[in-house]
Design a protein around this ligand. Structure first.
Ligand SMILES: NC(=O)c1ccc[n+]([C@@H]2O[C@H](COP(=O)([O-])OP(=O)(O)OC[C@H]3O[C@@H](n4cnc5c(N)ncnc54)[C@H](OP(=O)(O)O)[C@@H]3O)[C@@H](O)[C@H]2O)c1
Length: 235
C-alpha cells in the first residue's frame, strides 16, 4: 500500500511502540489517530507528532464505538487499524488474582476484538483494509509467570489467524507483529525493572520500521506474521 494520504488508527498510541508506529506512519504521509486512557499523556504525545487524539479505553465497548464515531468525524475513511494497546502482568499461577488476569485480557484480547470488529465492518464495505495486531514473542511459547500476559498474546495470535481466514476474501490484510523485548514503559507499568539505556535492546522505532515495511508491500501480497528479535541482547 501507499501510505501517502492513507488513514490509520493506532491504539495505545500515547507511548512506546504505539507512539513510534504513529510517528512513522505520519512520516510516511498518513493521517493518524491515536488512542489511550491517560488523557494528558495522550494529548501531549499526539501534539508532538501531529496525530489526532481520541481518549478511549479499548476494553470498554462504549469507548470503542465512540472512538470510531470520532474517527469518522475527523477522517472520511479508515485504511489501517493497529491494535497495539497492551498491558502486562507477570505472576506465578499460584499468586494470580482474578482482577489482574481479567484486566490483561480486557485490554489485550477483548479490546483488540472490539476495535477489530468495528474496523472490519468498514473494511468489508470498502473491500479493502489493513489490520496490524501487535503480538509478542510471548505469543509463541509459554514461560513461568506468563499465565495472564502470555495467554493473552496466544489468544491475540489465534484471533489474528481467524480474522485472516475471514477477511482475505475482502482484500483485508491481517498482520501479526511479534516484538521481543523493547525499551518502553511497559516493564515499569508491569512492576518490572528494565535498563532503559541498554544499547543492545530493541526500541519502539525498530518495531515501527517493521510495521511500515510490512504495510508498504504491494497489496497483492502480505506478510502474515513478523517476529522481531534484538540481534545480540545483553542484560
Ligand atoms: N515493550 C516490550 O518489550 C514489548 C514486547 C512485545 C510486545 N509488546 C506489546 O507492544 C504493545 C505496546 O506496548 P509498549 O511496550 O509500547 O508499552 P507502553 O509504553 O506501556 O504503551 C502502552 C500503550 O497502550 C495504552 N493502553 C494500555 N491499556 C489501554 C487500554 N485499555 N485502552 C487504550 N490504550 C491502552 C497506554 O496508554 P494508557 O495507559 O494511557 O491507556 C500506552 O499508550 C503492547 O501490546 C505490548 O504487549 C511490548
Amino acid at each position: 500500500m501507499n501510505l501517502k494520504g492513507a488513514t490509520a488508527l493506532v491504539t495505545g498510541g500515547s507511548s512506546g511502540i504505539g507512539l513510534a508506529i504513529a510517528k512513522t506512519l505520519i512520516d510516511g504521509g498518513a493521517k493518524v489517530a491515536v488512542t489511550g486512557r491517560d488523557e494528558k499523556r495522550l494529548d501531549s504525545a499526539s501534539k508532538s507528532i501531529g496525530a489526532h487524539p481520541i481518549h478511549a479505553d479499548v476494553g470498554k465497548e462504549a469507548d470503542v464505538l465512540r472512538t470510531y464515531s470520532e474517527l469518522f468525524r475527523e477522517f472520511d475513511h479508515l485504511d489501517i487499524l493497529v491494535n497495539n494497546a497492551g498491558v502486562g502482568v507477570l505472576k506465578p499461577l499460584a499468586e494470580m488474582d482474578l482482577g489482574s488476569f481479567e484486566r490483561v485480557f480486557a485490554t489485550n484480547v477483548t479490546g483488540a476484538m472490539l476495535m477489530g470488529r468495528e474496523a472490519t465492518k468498514h473494511f468489508i464495505q470498502r473491500k479493502s483494509g489493513h489490520i496490524v495486531n501487535i503480538g509478542s514473542t510471548a505469543a509463541l511459547r509459554g514461560a513461568a509467570r506468563g499465565t495472564a500476559y502470555y495467554a493473552s498474546k496466544f489468544a491475540l495470535r489465534g484471533m489474528t489467524e481467524c480474522w485472516r481466514a475471514e477477511l482475505r476474501p475482502f482484500n483485508v490484510r491481517v498482520i501479526l507483529v511479534n516484538p521481543s523485548e523493547v525499551l518502553t514503559e511497559f516493564y515499569a507499568t508491569a512492576g518490572l525493572e528494565q535498563n532503559m539505556q541498554n544499547p543492545t535492546k530493541l526500541r519502539g522505532e525498530d518495531i515501527a520500521q517493521a510495521v511500515r515495511s510490512a504495510l508498504e508491500m504491494d497489496d497483492r501480497g502480505f506478510i502474515p506474521e513478523l517476529t522481531v528479535f534484538a540481534t545480540n541482547p545483553k542484560d
